[in-house]
Design a protein around this ligand. Structure first.
Ligand code: FAD
Ligand code: MLT
Ligand code: ZN
Length: 464
C-alpha cells in the first residue's frame, strides 16, 4: 500500500468515526501495537474504534476499498500474538473497546446479551447481580472482552463442568469481510435450523469475521462452594484423586487444576504469595460447587480419604470465601510470575486426561536428554486434559527447538498443540506440522470462502 493510499484511508476512517473513533498518534496507538507478553511488536496505520455494528461494517468496507488489512482486537490479553498488527505500518487495528454495552440480562431464560467490547468480568458481574452465573472464567477476565473470548474460544478454570466458550454461546452477530452484517442474536438453547454457522467464527481468531455481539448462556449460581488446595506426591496420585472426586462429588466439580511445585515457588518469589502447605512436587486446586447443603461434608470426606490413602500428603479446605480467593490468587498468579522469572516458552497442550502422568514423565525425560538446563513449569486444567507445559529456557536454547521437542511428545500421546490459547502468529508453523494436510486444506477453503481477499487478520492461524 502506498503512503498516499494509507493517508487517504486514515482520512476516510476519521471522517466516518468522528472524534475519539480513530487513534493515529504514536503514543495513543502504542498499547494496541504489542501483545501482552511483549513478544510481537507491530506498527498499525491507525486504530479504529467504532461505537456500533454499523460503524464496524463501514470500517470494514472502507478498509476493503483501500485493500488494507484489519486486525480485530479486544482486551489484548491473548497469548498467541493474534491481536496485534505486523510491522508494515499499513494494517488497521479494529478495537471493539467502545462497543461495551450489556444489552440484556434474562435471569429466567438464563441468557445475557453483550457487545463484543464488554469486559468479561463486567458480564460475569451483571449475571451475579441477578443471582446467575456466567461460567467462563480465567485469570485475565478483568481485561479480556466478550468478542476476544469468543474469537479465541477461551477455556479457563471451569471447563471441566461448563465446557469451553463454544458451548456457552447461544447467538452471535458478526460482520463479514465485505462489510455484511449477519444477525444471529437468538437466545435459543436448541436451534437446529440449518447450519450452525456461528461455530465457524467461535475460535477463528479474527480471521473469518468480526464478532460484534453475542448471546451467552447463564446457569444457576450454586449456593455453596468448597475450595481446597492439596499437596500430592506425583501426577499419578493426582489422577487417582480426579477419579475419587468424580465418584464422590460428581458434577459438582467445577475446577481441577494441577500445579507444579515450581509454579508455586515462582508465585512466592515474584508475587509475594505464600503457599499455605509444605513443599511438594505437585499440588491440586480443586473446587466444587452445589446448592445442596451437604457439599462441605462431601468435600471434607474427599480430603480425608485422599490423605488416608496417601494420594495427598497435605491439604487445606478453605473456611471462607476470602480464604478461597487466597488459594485462587496462587493459581492465577502463575502466568505473571513466570513472565518475571525469565524467558518462558509457552505450550498450551492437551492430551487424554488418563495420559497426563505419562505425558509429563515423557516430556521431562525428553527435555533432560535433549535440552539440559531447561526447566519445565507445568500447570493447568487437568480436569479437561489441558496442561500448560511452559519451559524456562537455558541460554542458547531456541523457542523453535523447545516447541518441536514438546509438541513431538504431545503428538506421541495423540494430543493437541493448542488446547485453549489458539494459534495466532505464535504457532502458525507448528500448526502445519501437527495437523493433517487435508485439515489444513479444508481450513484454507473456509478462509477463501469467507475472506477471499485475505484482509482479515492475515498471517494469523494460517500462513499467508
Ligand atoms: P485479544 O487478545 O484482543 O484477541 C485475541 C484474538 O481474538 C486475536 O486473534 C484477535 O484478532 C481476535 N479478536 C478479538 N476480538 C475480536 C472480535 N470482536 N471479533 C473477531 N476477532 C476478535 N486463555 C484461556 O483460554 N484460558 C486461560 O486460562 C487463560 N488464562 C490467561 C491468563 C492470563 C494472565 C493471560 C494474560 C491470558 C490468559 N488467557 C487464557 C488468554 C486470553 O486471556 C484469552 O485468549 C482471551 O479470550 C482473549 O481475549 P481478549 O479480549 O483479550 O482478546
Ligand atoms: C492459565 O491457565 O493460567 C493460562 O492459560 C496459562 C499460561 O499463562 O500459560
Ligand atoms: Zn489456561
Amino acid at each position: 500500500m502506498s503512503p498516499e493510499t494509507t493517508h487517504d484511508l486514515v482520512a476516510r476512517l476519521a471522517a466516518r468515526l468522528g472524534p475519539g473513533g480513530l487513534l493515529t498518534e504514536e503514543s495513543d496507538i502504542a498499547p494496541f501495537a504489542i501483545d501482552w507478553r511483549r513478544l510481537f511488536p507491530g506498527r498499525p496505520a491507525c486504530v479504529a474504534r467504532p461505537a456500533s455494528t454499523a460503524e464496524v461494517a463501514d470500517v470494514v468496507r472502507i478498509c476493503r476499498e483501500a485493500g488494507a488489512a484489519l486486525v480485530p482486537q479486544g482486551g489484548n490479553t491473548g497469548l498467541a500474538g493474534g491481536a496485534v498488527p505486523d510491522a508494515s505500518g499499513t494494517q488497521v487495528v479494529l478495537s471493539l473497546m467502545r462497543m461495551n454495552a450489556i444489552r440484556a440480562v434474562d435471569p429466567v431464560g438464563l441468557t445475557l446479551t453483550a457487545e463484543a467490547g464488554c469486559v468479561l468480568k463486567a458480564a460475569q458481574d451483571a449475571a451475579a447481580d441477578v443471582n446467575r452465573l456466567l461460567p467462563v472464567s480465567f485469570a485475565a477476565e478483568g481485561s479480556a472482552m466478550v468478542g476476544g473470548v469468543i474469537a479465541t474460544n477461551a477455556g479457563g478454570l471451569n471447563v471441566v463442568r461448563y465446557g469451553m466458550t463454544r458451548g456457552n454461546v447461544l447467538g452471535l452477530e458478526v460482520v463479514l469481510g465485505d462489510g455484511t452484517v449477519v444477525d444471529g442474536l437468538r437466545a435459543l438453547c436448541k436451534d437446529n435450523a440449518g447450519y450452525d454457522w456461528k461455530q465457524l467464527f467461535i475460535g477463528s481468531e479474527g480471521t473469518l469475521g468480526i464478532v460484534t455481539a453475542a448471546v451467552l448462556r447463564l446457569t444457576a449460581r450454586p449456593r455453596h462452594v468448597a475450595t481446597a488446595l492439596l499437596a500430592v506426591p506425583d501426577p499419578q496420585a493426582a489422577l487417582r484423586l480426579f477419579t475419587l472426586a468424580q465418584d464422590e462429588l460428581g458434577d459438582a466439580i467445577q475446577a481441577f487444576e494441577l500445579i507444579s511445585g515450581l509454579s508455586l515457588d515462582l508465585v512466592a518469589r515474584h508475587g509475594g504469595l505464600r503457599n499455605p502447605l509444605g513443599p511438594a512436587g505437585w499440588y491440586l486446586l480443586v473446587e466444587a460447587a452445589s446448592s445442596l447443603p451437604s457439599l462441605r461434608e462431601a468435600a471434607e470426606g474427599v480430603l480425608a480419604t485422599a490423605l488416608e490413602q496417601g494420594d495427598a500428603v497435605d491439604g487445606v479446605l478453605a473456611e471462607s470465601s476470602q480464604q478461597a480467593a487466597g488459594l485462587w490468587a496462587l493459581r492465577e498468579g502463575i502466568t505473571e510470575a513466570e513472565a518475571k522469572e525469565g524467558r518462558g516458552v509457552k505450550h498450551d497442550v492437551s492430551v487424554p486426561i488418563t495420559a497426563i502422568p505419562a505425558f509429563l514423565e515423557a516430556a521431562g525425560r525428553a527435555l533432560a536428554a535433549d535440552l539440559p538446563g531447561a526447566r519445565a513449569n507445568a500447570f493447568g486444567h487437568m480436569g479437561d486434559g489441558n496442561i500448560h507445559y511452559n519451559v524456562l529456557a537455558a541460554p542458547g536454547q531456541t523457542s523453535e527447538a523447545i516447541n518441536q521437542l514438546v509438541h513431538g511428545v504431545v503428538e506421541d500421546f495423540g494430543g493437541s498443540i493448542s488446547a485453549e490459547h489458539g494459534i495466532g502468529q505464535y504457532r502458525v508453523t507448528e500448526l502445519v506440522r501437527h495437523r493433517r494436510p487435508g485439515e489444513i486444506a479444508l481450513a484454507r477453503r473456509i478462509k477463501a470462502a469467507l475472506d477471499p481477499d485475505g484482509l482479515l487478520n492475515p498471517g494469523k492461524v494460517l500462513a499467508r
